[in-house]
Ligand binder design. Sequence first.
Ligand code: ZN
Length: 400
Amino acid sequence: MALRRREWLKTMATAGFGAVGSQLFDSVHAQSTQPNAKQEQPLALKDYQPKSMLHVPETHVPRSRFPNIDFHSHLSWADRKGQRDIVNHLATPAEILKVMDAKNVRIMVNLTGGYGPLLEETVRHWQQPYPDRFIVFTEPWYGKITLPNYSRFQAEQIEAAKKTGARGLKVLKTLGLYLRENVTTGPLVKVDDRRFDEMWEAAGALNMPVAIHVSDPEAFFLPTDRFNERYEELSAHPDWSFHGKDYPSNAELQEARNRVMQRHPRTNFVALHTANSENLPYVSECLDRYPNMYVDIAARIGELGRQPRMTRKFFDKYQDRILFATDATPHGVETPQQIFGNELYEIYYRFLETEDEYFDYAPAPIPPQGRWRIYGIGLPEQILKKVYYENAARVLGLQL
Ligand SMILES: [Zn+2]
């Protein structure tokens, strides 16, 4: 049938254009059938960059509809230089403020503020010169886990951090996936390890919210094979895989975090990255069960935006518990979905405010967290206000 149709097309072309048409057909035909070593190479997946042919509205949202608090950024990192812990600031405040002013970001929360003397330096660099624009969180001092009185030590560190100026406590996925009994060796320390009970309590007593990242995308716990929806991302970052070895499962990590929230009802927990963004029914159950739980949307619009109807309902129901956040990291070229800059903010605003369809969730030629595109959820103003500003202000204890 196909052959006959091709013959018919050839006849039509020849009939219409005479000799010229015939030549044209022959040359096209030749191109597609003549052996050509280069063309016969299958296109590598990494080189495939299909462009959408959809004719759909493309809304540019240069500023958020309301001023916002970006609850999740990394403007500095604690690092180790030889025997010494140091803090690296990834930018100057002026560099960050320029984008904040252009994009309507009122306050930026720098979650990774470090601990002890590092925290003091982070506060000095960001928060002290611009107390209305930058907020710094502290982090646990894991290097001291082997101290016999670590539990008390860590609680006291939170009290000291509050005095230094920290407004909350950040817990990276280090807890549950990297921290071991002897810091880097030995069995993994569990998220609900009792040694941290005093720390969670201290944070609550001091009105310091806990920004907690546990686990990672579900696909990171599965083999990096042809069935893995994040195959390219895991291939680019093999160390992000938590498949095998002695790693707990995603479900175990989530449940351990839940036990912590249950045990410390006076402490507010913001489960970062929407807690478990591929499974919003589960996140909803958790939010129903733990009134002290909130979520942020940092680095997960790729997940939320590919299930726009479920996400829209989620925002309706939990509009008082969701915080705007991006995970922005200045000069973070390794993870395009986090590169601090105008483009990143515009994508988030487009996702939250418009009903645009099928657009990129990250400023990158290939979608970095999986080969799909996203849909805007067109939130009404009342919900936008809460998500952009009011919920974070409440959690941080700021005056509205
Ligand atoms: Zn982050």
